[in-house]
Design a protein. Structure first.
Length: 474
């Protein structure tokens, strides 16, 4: 969530200017009446507005937001069926935490956990434990908290007096992992990128582990380039480490995106609870889980991986309810929508949707490469996501110029620099989601073709004139 510091401007528009903020037609009976009630923008108005007037003001301002369907930066779902929208509307007033008052919503959450435990090959799906969250970021923090508490229990004689816990992961992790390490005072140990390896190296990760390592994070679908990290190879490297040293280091799989892609499109890929070292997995229901923003999932192999002292029990809402979450009150609509989507699609439906997204991604990547100016870093053949950069001989423009010019056409395509040790590499990344069809991909390609002659005619990249390049964190 962005931090804001009061008003964006030091002065309010004059009353006369604010009067013109209202369309005269907003006054239902008298076209001029509503114009006298235009509210201030940075303090509460003195009195209420008619609902149509308030709606018109907010609606008009939001038109300046980008079109979410053309946002190729986000992994978050931007299209659902109307029936799902109706269900969400019917459930938006239900508090997910109040399981005694809304027992059927709670039952749908339990069923979703059971379905995911089965999908991810838990040894006994009936005993696997899990919960819904507001997204994969919260799910990651819950899983990491469990890792830290289990490590602390094993090192009670040393922690917190002499031992500082650490967490090993690739430098390409999502920013929520940096937040966890900062908020919960854990040392992050990051495996840097090297050459054309843009994610974690299994042996390098194992080499960073010691007796204070609470776990290693493997990412099934890096946000930087869409690639899967080699989870099985990571577990094998940690198995060898245990044979040499006795250190038993658990693995958490951050499957924010890939955990809802690989089970359907890459069934032979072993990355989940089939690997005994994988203790927990998270995913975003609102990414390739195909639900609007606001839901994630965290699952543990068995109750042994989730320390009981982290589970709080409350009874003041009407019944004894165990809860494990950073948030408390939140709407049940997204959980209901997740169950609807599981029920609606099934395995074959998910396979069809994700395959269509992968086909669009791979086809678009190939056609962009054929333009001649770009080099693909990934192909869209894992996550339906690919990253590209300009070829060395392209000196008139850079990826930041491309991103800026595409924005003029309505497309949101992020450009960013990679982290250590590849800060020299700047890329564009395109996320293909359900709803981004081959027709839309062709429109993007056509706009890119139209822009290229102008970009090639520049004397030099213009990005330096628009501030320094930025790194990517989401």
């Amino acid at each position: 969530m962005a931090l804001h510091k009061g008003s964006a401007h030091s002065t309010e528009p004059s009353d006369a200017q604010r009067r013109l903020a209202l369309n005269p037609f907003f006054g239902e009976a008298d076209p001029t009446a509503g114009m006298d009630s235009a509210p201030p923008r940075h303090k509460l108005p003195d009195g209420p507005l008619p609902p149509a007037t308030a709606y018109g003001l907010v609606h008009d301002e939001l038109m300046l937001d980008g079109n979410s369907r053309l946002n190729l930066a986000t992994f978050v779902t931007t299209w659902m069926e109307p029936q799902a929208g109706v269900l969400m509307s019917e459930c938006r007033d239900k508090n997910m935490i109040d399981k005694d008052e809304y027992p059927r919503t709670a039952e749908l959450e339990r069923r979703c956990v059971a379905m995911l435990a089965d999908l991810w090959n838990a040894p006994d799906p009936a005993t696997a434990v899990g919960c819904s969250t507001t997204g994969s970021s919260e799910a990651c923090m819950l899983a990491a908290m469990a890792l830290k508490r289990r490590w602390a229990a094993r090192n009670a004689d040393r922690y917190p007096a002499t031992a500082r816990p650490n967490l090993v992961m690739g430098v390409n992790v999502q920013v929520c992992w940096d937040k966890f390490c900062t908020f919960w005072e854990v040392e992050p140990r990051l495996v840097p990128m090297e050459g054309d390896r843009f994610h974690l190296d299994p042996q390098a990760a194992a080499d960073l582990c010691d007796e204070n390592t609470i776990g290693v994070v493997g990412i099934l679908g890096s946000t930087f380039d869409g690639s899967y990290e080699p989870i099985a190879e990571l577990c094998a490297a940690l198995d060898a480490l245990q044979e040499r040293t006795g250190l038993d280091i658990p693995v958490h799989v951050d499957g924010a995106s890939g955990a809802m892609v690989a089970p359907f499109l890459d069934e032979d890929l072993v990355w989940d609870f089939r690997l005994p070292r994988v203790s927990s997995i998270n995913t975003s229901g609102h990414k390739y889980g195909l639900v609007y923003p606001g839901v994630g999932w965290a699952l543990w192999r068995s109750p042994a991986e989730l320390p009981e002292e982290l589970v709080f029990r409350v009874n003041y809402l009407g019944g004894d309810m165990p809860t494990f979450a950073l948030n408390f009150s939140r709407p049940g609509a997204q959980v209901v929508a997740q169950y609807y989507t599981f029920l609606r699609l099934g395995r074959e439906g998910y396979r069809a949707v994700q395959q269509a997204s992968r086909d669009v991604a791979m086809g678009l990547a190939r056609k962009i490469e054929e333009l001649g100016d770009f080099r693909l870093l990934t192909l869209g053949d894992q996550l339906p996501v690919f990253a590209l950069t300009t070829k060395p001989e392209v000196t008139a423009y850079d990826v930041f110029d491309v991103s800026r010019r595409l924005r003029e056409r309505g497309w949101l395509v992020p450009a960013y620099t990679f982290p250590a040790n590849r800060e020299d590499l700047s890329v564009l990344r395109i996320v293909c989601r359900n709803g981004f069809s081959s027709d839309l991909a062709e429109l993007l390609l056509e706009d890119l073709r139209l822009l290229l002659p102008e970009l090639r005619g520049q004397d030099h990249p213009l990005s330096a004139e628009h501030g320094p390049p930025t790194s990517f964190h989401h």
